[in-house]
Design a protein around this ligand. Structure first.
Ligand code: UD1
Length: 420
């Protein structure tokens, strides 16, 4: 198994290319199932989640050409509508093939994604929406078995769900009649999917608002699309700059995607400046200062950046209350941070109180999930001495060549092989 060996307290300086968003590329790859024409996607990084979804789509008969920075997906020879447990269990986003398969082929058998380290993550909202649209759905032997020609209806989401929004919209675009979706997610990755569907010929009104109206069409066509920048990778490098008093030019990203994270870092004197398509982050005069954080739906503070900022707050003067409102179990990195010297009081499963300390010290820690793992990498970049971050396969799910990017900025980081 691979681990990172990091010697901290090196100031990060230079420029870094921001990848296309993991959370946009996954639903958009699934959307390629909706047409028999090629869908060409650029700004692609070969994250392990992209590889897992590619294997699943190929198992359905999709042809995928993986070029440098570009994917071409062709769904003109789909031979199966069965998404196997082997793939869906590895990555929850694979479950999103359900909507497009059902929409285009009127049947789908997709493994339930199961639990996940950060919470139970049910799919009830997905299934209610599909039933409202007339699908016949059975849940048997760990699979969702869905069939039927979908008809437009009015869908009210009682909670905001990114995944349920993706899935419902992808099933609605080829359905009969009009579907109105109330309370959809507004995350930039959802907007990116909606923009792709419009390029493919879908008729969607209300993009970016809390009511989406989808007029079903008979057929969609191919398109080319550049994936939106990854706001969580951007937040990662911004946090890395803050923790090392660094100065980083993040290429190909946009401050508007990450305002809530930027606001939290500005309290500490971190300066953000949009320079054309690049974002300059200057923390050379920063003085890390406590601030409360509550995660919520976009445009609020993203749950995926909670662990990143927790590491910053561990070194920020004063007390910071961090509340996690999206997932029920997203503080698994905290005991590992405590082992590095962070002072954190766990109040409940969903809230912690952090008292900033002067410094953290390196030790061996273990990633338990993607963002928690990256939070530990960030803490290690600021810590005194050497930290080993184990189980970085979690991190590879969402970051491409993270160590190479950090190294180019001046970090002392190496990928090493360990026996366990
Ligand atoms: C996506 C993102 C993930 C991010 C999350 C919230 C991808 C690949 N993953 O996950 O990185 O942290 O959005 O921004 O894009 N819920 C239900 N019933 C459902 C569906 C969801 O109760 O049918 C609940 C979930 O348990 C959770 C909340 O709704 O508490 C939000 O989940 P959701 O927005 O669906 O997250 P994902 O789409 O799984």
């Amino acid at each position: 198994m691979y681990a990172y060996k990091i010697t901290g307290q090196k100031k990060l300086q230079g420029s870094v290319e921001i990848q296309g968003a993991k959370n946009a590329v996954l639903p958009i790859m699934a959307a390629a199932l909706l047409t028999d024409e090629p869908v060409e996607l650029t700004n692609i990084s070969y994250l392990s989640d992209v590889k897992v979804l590619s294997r699943l789509l190929e198992s359905l008969g999709m042809k995928i050409e993986a070029l440098p920075n570009k994917l071409i997906l062709r769904a003109d020879t789909i031979s199966s509508t069965h998404a196997d447990y082997e793939f869906v269990s590895k990555m929850r986003g694979s479950f999103w093939v359900l909507g497009p398969l059902l929409g285009r082929f009127h049947e789908a058998e997709v493994s339930l994604p199961g639990g996940c380290a950060i919470g139970t993550r049910p799919v009830d909202l997905y299934l209610v929406a599909l039933r409202e649209m007339g699908a016949d759905i059975k849940v048997e032997n760990g699979y969702v078995k869905a069939k039927g020609r979908l008809r437009g209806n009015e869908i009210f989401f009682p909670r905001v769900s990114v995944g349920a929004t993706h899935n419902t919209i992808m099933s609605a675009v080829l359905s009969e009649g009009t579907t109105v979706i109330h309370n959809p997610a507004l995350e930039p990755e959802v907007i990116d999917l909606l923009n792709v569907l419009v390029k493919m010929g879908a008729k969607i009104e209300g993009i970016g608002t809390k009511v989406l109206t989808v007029h079903g069409v008979e057929k969609l066509h191919g398109c080319t699309h550049k994936i939106v920048p990854d706001r969580i990778e951007s937040a990662t490098f911004a946090a890395a700059a803050a923790l090392t008093h660094g100065q980083i030019l993040m290429k190909n990203t946009n401050l508007n995607l990450m305002n809530a994270v930027a606001d939290a870092l500005r309290i500490s004197g971190v300066v953000f400046e949009q320079r054309g398509s690049d974002l300059w982050v200057d923390a050379s005069k920063a003085s890390l200062t406590a601030t409360p954080i509550t995660t919520c739906e976009y445009p609020g503070f993203p749950t995926d950046a909670q662990a990143l900022l927790t590491s910053v707050l561990a070194l920020s003067k004063g007390e910071s209350l961090v509340e996690e409102r999206i997932f029920e179990n997203r503080f698994m990195h905290i005991p590992e941070l405590q082992r590095m010297g962070a002072q954190v009081k766990i109040l409940t499963n969903q809230s912690v109180l952090i008292t900033g300390v002067e410094s953290l010290s390196g030790t061996t820690v273990m990633s338990s999930d993607l963002r928690g793992g990256v939070g530990l990498v960030l803490a290690a970049l600021a810590a005194k001495g050497e930290t080993i971050v184990k189980r970085i396969y979690h991190i590879d799910r969402g970051y491409f060549q993270l160590e190479e990017k950090l190294k180019a900025l001046g970090a002392d980081i190496e990928r090493i092989h360990l026996d366990d």
